[in-house]
Design a protein around this ligand. Sequence first.
Ligand SMILES: Nc1ncnc2c1ncn2[C@@H]1O[C@H](COP(=O)(O)OP(=O)(O)OP(=O)(O)O)[C@@H](O)[C@H]1O
Ligand SMILES: [Zn+2]
Length: 730
Amino acid sequence: MEQPAPRLVRVLVPLPLAGPYTYAAPDELGLAAGDYVTVPLGPRHVRGVVWPGEVDGAIDLKKIKPVLERLDAPRLSVEVMNFVDWVSAYTLFPQGAVLRMVMRSGAQLDPPRPQTGYLAAAAIPAGVRMTPQREKVLEAVRGLNFPATPAEIARRAGVSDGVVRALADAGALEKIESDPDAPFDPPNLGRRGKTLSPEQADAAATIRRHIERREYACTLIDGVTGSGKTEVYLEAAAAALKQDPGAQVLVMLPEIALTLPFLKRLEERFAAAPAPWHSDLGQAGRRRTWRRVADGSARLVVGARSALFLPFSNLKLIIVDEEHDPAYKQQDGVLYQARDMAILRAAHGGFPIVLASATPSLETAVNAQGGRYETVQLPSRFGGATMPDIRLIDMRETPPAKQEWLSPVLIGAVNETLARGEQAMLFLNRRGYAPLTICRKCGERMTAPDSDTWLVEHRFSNRLVCHHTGYSIPRPDTCPHCGAHDSLAPCGPGVERIAEEAARLWPDREIAIFSSDTVINPAAGQELLGRMREGMIDILVATQVAAKGHHFPNLTLVGVVDADLGLVGGDLRAGERTWQLLSQVIGRAGREEKPGRALLQSYQPDHPVIAGLASGDRDAFMEAERDGREMLGFPPFGRLAALILSGENEGHVNSAARMLAAQVPHGQGIEVWGPAPAPLYRLRGSYRIRFLIKAARDVSIQNFLRAWLTDVKIHSSVRRTVDIDPYSFM
Ligand SMILES: Nc1ncnc2c1ncn2[C@@H]1O[C@H](COP(=O)(O)OP(=O)(O)OP(=O)(O)O)[C@@H](O)[C@H]1O
Ligand SMILES: [Zn+2]
């Protein structure tokens, strides 16, 4: 008798393959689209997802292998699967590479392993011998409000694991088996937020109307720094959560430094901690959030850009805070713009999205002007606080002392501020001590051996570091080129050097550096921010990590050490970015009753960006930016894509570039520039060549690239990376 033909399914695995593969679906597994499964792939077993859509007709049944098992996890929703397909079609990265962002390592699909943790026992059994080390453990355990592992307790107590285990064995600690995927407490929706000002209430009502209609709509909250945008969108979040008992809300933030204080704020608002998603979460924390987002029980999620790819079961609102922030662009792996993809997600999911910013991106501003987004405005600070007074310091007229960076005018302002018992921030968006190290003897510049990049001196760690690749070496005593002793001289300042100058000027004051080097983990960041808020720090020397979101009540002076810094280089968004960053930083000053001021040190005070910041005329600046981009047909008036060829064999990279250049297809409304050596021609030992493709708005740049790239076969050692809507031109 003939076997009945097996039912066939498509399975997408989280690998950069062409698309889903076909497998036989054993009846007993009862498979449906969205199920997580294990399938054989060559000699390996891999995890993937049963993908929607028809199996390709021409299939050799003899070659079809069966799905091996179905994994125990809630089905991936059709919406998320569609989203994976759209992101793939938009970015031109394979579906499997996008699915990988949803499935991660796949470890969260393993069955849960109960976690053993310990708390303080009610009493210490008689006869347990106490030692100073054991005392430390007991003290650490008494401070716990959750069962912790022996390793965690040991870390807190500053002893070895063995001490903890011995105490546990002696019965002095209580053993608790806990659910590693413990559900998140539901948000308390009966709790009311802060009483909104009339402007805030209007803004919130507009967004609520979109939520009630259960339709896609994009609303921009355009409000100055400190205007209370957060309170407005929290009202919207509450409304969406109330509307439907299963609804999920995602709040996206550009950076982890912002995430932690924000989690606290939400916890206060909803009397329950939201589900967090960020790089510092650890395996267990990630797993818990992932599983609870998948089963729908995590209703309020706060995360960095990758949170957009969590397996939501019922997402009903997305909020993108600081929507203009360039950190929303993912710069490795699948290259995507999380704000743009969030809008796509909401549009296809048929639910509202909210963007918030004090300095909207030009893309967003143009969409708002064109009526594609609705805008709600908060033109003044909450509670009557005034906007800071902004002044330029012309560095040509009042220069700093030799080998110093603060002009007498800024120094005077800091003195006044400190004398009033207030705090100052000195802002310089450059990590480390000095961006360049030069040999005074032979003129050699210290560069990375495998990249065309300068090595940045870091005094804390006494190393020279490449900021592009992370490569570093101990700071040498002799010049590697001419061998001269003690000849290496730092050129220019980074935050560490500014802090050194500040310590010379204000030796009795408390000075702290806030940058990603000095704040190595979120806990350290929290601690520093706490000290700053409480006024224990007089002068904070900071990079852009301190620029956004923070609220320091007693900070009244912001000094921008080098306002011109971001303007160099031919980046299409250099002016816009400088504007946004400096507006954010300035916005940290005077957020409560004491008025704030900002001083910008500049060697080109007439530059339109610098002059515009000083006059505070955002509309004029945006208008000029807009006209410039429109004239050149740059985004959002046209589309851009970059094609980067890279490889360790320079000859292969060059010939691939020539082949591609020779076969550029003809396309209406499309221009291809290049090939040209990338500004960073050598990076991590690879040679890099770039093309830039510009298309009119109504042309599919993806179709053009697909046609071009599938036709040309290049050497297998050459990597080809497509970057749709590039933000980096290096
Ligand atoms: N309706 C309100 N009632 C009481 N306090 C409020 C209200 N709205 C805002 N605030 C307070 O004002 C300060 C600024 O508000 P918020 O952080 O929401 O502003 P923002 O516009 O998001 O700021 P930024 O863009 O600078 O980060 C916060 O301390 C906040 O708690
Ligand atoms: Zn030398």
